[in-house]
Design a protein around this ligand. Sequence first.
Ligand SMILES: Cc1cc2nc3c(=O)[nH]c(=O)nc-3n(C[C@H](O)[C@H](O)[C@H](O)COP(=O)(O)O)c2cc1C
Length: 378
Amino acid sequence: MRTTAPAVDGAGRSAALIDRPLRLAAGTLATNRLQLAPMTNRLSAVGGEITQADIDWYRGRGEAGFSTIVTGGLSVSPAGQLHIDQPRADDDRFMPGLARLSTARHPGTVMLAQLLHGGLRVNAWEERRAEPVGPSDGVGVRGLASGEVEATLDDFVAAGTRAVSAGFDGVEIHAAHGYLPAQFLSREENQRTDRWGGDFTGRARFTLELVARLRAALPADTVVQLRISAEDMRQSRGIDLDESAALARLGAEAGADVISLSVWDIHQPAQKHPHITPTEHVKAHLGDVAPLVVAGKIWTAEDAVLGFAQGADALAVGRAAIFNRAAPTILRTQGLAAVRPPVLPSSLVHEGIAPPFLAHLLRRWGGLFLPEDAAASA
Ligand SMILES: Cc1cc2nc3c(=O)[nH]c(=O)nc-3n(C[C@H](O)[C@H](O)[C@H](O)COP(=O)(O)O)c2cc1C
């Protein structure tokens, strides 16, 4: 098990690992191995339009050195929308806003639109009260009829097509974190007995169909990146590491150009196979069929080296990029410390975090902050 950083030979080690170009798809080259992890930022308008604050956030992080920007989850259908200000790709009327976002990117960055359907978790967010749909009937959840499953696949494809027509370089399918594709994968949440449920083949079908249909619908030089969870964590339920490893491989064989693995903490061993990390396990199954991106507590150059040593081909960085505008520089520089939580909320203003994003972090990610009056007592 490699859960501690390997010896670092030379101060430039992580920079050398990061500053290698990565071919994401035919014709789409990322200039380095850093992706901004998809993060819902609550910066879009109520109703789902992209705002100038969205544009500033993504452009700023591209400028800082992320070669690839994955947006926070875009709604693919009103039935799967998580919150009233979630950016939307579920109707043509949102294309001009998406086009403004893709046009205003930092030059040279690759932009991927994350496609999200909340499924049975649409009401996990405070403001929304919809009738949740999921793979199966449950308490307060209506199982999708097979015709609705097909229609939902069509919704993902239509949303991905809109994003690419609006200038995005591709899409990321959000099949992690307990949202609809993960609900189909789940041993607990999917009780279907038709072709969309049952054994692993049935439960994986929804995700693999998404990959195949998006790959067929989008131009060959665009990227289809598939994001999956490794194991149960937070709201993921019924996700098995061996199935995740098999899914990574099958996803790549079905046409995913890149596999993105969410592990939440690269320093932790796998729950199911504690002698190995989830990233090493998935990489062993995936091999070189497609590049593997990993996310989870990558804050420093030492963490970056560890991620690559575990088999990642690229790193997705979330919270470190919120707390540190200069995260890409920190990740390239051995011994450079990152600002880490908890911090005073007001300090994030200097990192380019707009007030609605900060309010969101305070509401849903409270452990990241010190009380504002801690400054006086510190
Ligand atoms: C504020 C916030 C919003 C997030 N929103 C999303 C999202 O929309 N889609 C997604 O796949 N993951 C989302 N995540 C998870 C991140 O992409 C990432 O996997 C996770 O934060 C672990 O990486 P980190 O330790 O670098 O933050 C979010 C995380 C944060 C902190």
